[in-house]
Design a protein. Sequence first.
Length: 133
Amino acid sequence: LILPKMASSNLNKKDVLIHFKKFFLMIVGLIVIYVITAPVIYYILYSKYFEYTWLSLLYSLTFINFLYLLPYNYLIKEKKRELINKFNILTALLLMVLSFIGVFYYGVFGAVMARIIYSVVAILLITLIFLRA
């Protein structure tokens, strides 16, 4: 709900950081709910794949990647196209390299770990760009 509001108002960096903290708490809550409910859902609906529930739980950590939306959209609002393009190129390359290495050496677990590492690096990178812009 903040994204349309961000585009149509004059939010400054301090306001975005306040919303960032709230959004972080919402995402952590979502991850906790998923971690609690996923094993039950897998057991009931996907009993054949129940032994792989841990991969799903691990992958749920990538929900944290949604945090990059707030600083990213702020940069869009401020028309920082050059910074956005650099971010998109760097993160795309990072995801390709991590995915290739992860899948090649560790299979599905490597793919999940590549996505988690990518998510953390993307959040750190966009936050750094946001704070310096």
